[in-house]
Design a protein around this ligand. Structure first.
Ligand code: ADP
Ligand code: TYD
Length: 212
């Protein structure tokens, strides 16, 4: 294992199905850490840099069949590369804590599960173009019907992915849990079914041992 330099920052991602509470919990964790005097960059994917936010509009708006899964994979990876270059790596180099609402595990699930052979393409492109994992990934686990109901109740413009429906959300929930089992050093799994405050407490307890 490589030893991190003392000022290397900390990279935390939140993952989970739509409506599991990631954005809410990422924001609350950022607030909690800031009140403790820590320097936090709260960011999200797809997006998180001006160029990646433009790609976000391309991938999240429009009819569900606007892009093939392969084209989507390329667009999400392009957005992630820009986000890494312009936002995440500079922040980590400055010793900041980066809290990112979704990262590469979302591509492993949302694009990787959409057809035979796609997961291998996701992994190959990740190795070629991204090559970085978070130090810690908080998986907010949630029963898909509850998550979908919460997500649909938000009524945003980005309904493309939510329109994929419950079956894919079920496959992704188990897929995320499998990733967590495969990489127990990086993942913590938090039950998203409790109140916002209860989930926030569980998230903070999981993150605390990793803080500088
Ligand atoms: P995600 O980013 O995972 O899609 P959000 O944080 O946007 O999820 O939450 C989806 C919706 O559910 C929002 O309207 C949010 O206010 C609500 N919500 C989030 N966490 C909880 C919770 N623990 N209990 C009830 N509602 C919640
Ligand atoms: P997000 O805004 O986090 O949606 P939500 O708050 O509903 O969870 O992400 C938008 C959608 O983009 C979401 O349905 C998942 C999808 N997505 C991918 O398909 N691949 C990816 O690599 C990423 C980061 C997100």
């Amino acid at each position: 294992m490589t030893t991190k330099p003392p000022n290397a920052g900390l990279f935390i991602s939140f993952e989970g199905i739509d409506g599991s509470g990631k954005s809410t919990q990422a924001r609350l964790l950022a607030q909690t850490l800031r009140t403790r005097g820590l320097d936090v960059v709260l960011t999200r994917e797809p997006g998180g840099s001006p160029g990646a936010e433009e790609i976000r509009e391309l991938v999240l708006e429009g009819p569900p069949d606007r892009w093939s899964a392969e084209t989507e994979l390329l667009l999400f990876t392009a957005a992630r590369r820009d986000h890494l270059e312009r936002t995440i790596r500079p922040a980590l180099a400055a010793g900041q804590i980066v809290i990112c609402d979704r990262f590469a595990d979302s591509t492993r699930m949302y694009q990787g599960l959409r057809g035979a052979g796609l997961r291998a393409k996701v992994d190959a492109l990740h190795a070629l173009m991204i090559g970085q994992e978070p130090d810690l990934t908080v998986l907010v686990d949630m029963e898909p019907n509850t998550g979908l109901a919460r997500a649909l109740a938000r009524q945003g413009h980005e309904e493309r992915f939510e329109a994929f429906g419950a079956d894919l959300q079920h496959a992704m929930r188990s897929g995320f849990l499998d990733l967590a089992k495969e990489q127990p050093d990086r993942f913590v799994v938090v039950n998203g079914a409790g109140s916002i405050e209860d989930v926030a407490q569980a998230v903070f307890a999981a993150v605390m041992p990793h803080l500088p």
